[in-house]
Design a protein around this ligand. Sequence first.
Ligand code: SAM
Length: 221
Amino acid sequence: MNSATTKELAVRKERMLSQHLVGRGIVDQTVLKAMRDVPREEFLPPGMEYLAYEDGPLPIQDGQTISQPYIVAYMIEALQLQGSEKVLEIGTGSGYAAAVLSLCAAEVYTVERLPSLAHLAGARLRELGYRNVTVHLGDGTLGWQDHAPYDAIVVTAGAPDVPEELVRQLAPGGRLVIPVGPTPHLQDLVRVRRDRSGSLHMETLCAVRFVPLIGAQGWDD
Ligand code: SAM
C-alpha cells in the first residue's frame, strides 16, 4: 500500500499519539496538541505519506532523515517552553520539527546547511502557513547570531561536543538540547541550561541516534 486516505491517516495519528507519545511518557499538552495539529505527511517525500504516523525516522531528500515522532516530541518537551520564547533549531531537514516548534513558541529560527533542503522546507512551511518560522541556509554549528540570544536551542543532528557558539547564543535561563557523542552516529541527548547568573548546568537525558552535525564546530564533511 502506498497511499492512505485522510481518514486512515487520522486514525494512525491518534494511535501514534496514544501509544508512542502519551504511552511513552510525553505529558506536555502543548507539545501533544502541536503533534496532533501538524500534518507530518506533508513533510515526507511523495509516495511515503502512508508511513507518516509510524514511530520511526524516515528518509527525506539528500540522504537526510525526518526524525522519529517520539524523539521530536521528547526534544521539544525537554526545552520546557511556555509559548512566548524565541527558539533556534539547527537542522531544518524537512521542516517538520520547526512546524511543531512554531505551535509551542512565539518565534522559530531554523538553520539548514544543505541548500535544497533549506529551500524545500522554507517553501513548504510558507505554503502550510507557519508564519513564525524563518529558515536560514548556513552552518548551524555557529548558530544564527542575528537573532540571538535564544530562550531555547534544539539541535537535530549529532555533534562531537556542545558547540561553544550555541552556548554563547543562549539567553540567561535558556535551555539547549543537543545529541552529543564520540562517533558521528551514536549520541546521548544532553540538556545544557544557563542559569540567571550565567552558570551552565549539563544533564544527560537519554541515548539517541542522529545523522551527524557537519560544520565548523561539528564533524568534518
Ligand atoms: N529537524 C528535521 C526534521 O524535522 O525533518 C530533521 C533533521 S535531520 C535528522 C538533521 C538535519 O541536520 C539534516 O537536514 C542535515 O542536513 C542538517 N545538518 C547537519 N549539519 C548541519 C549544520 N552544521 N547546520 C545546519 N544543519 C545541519
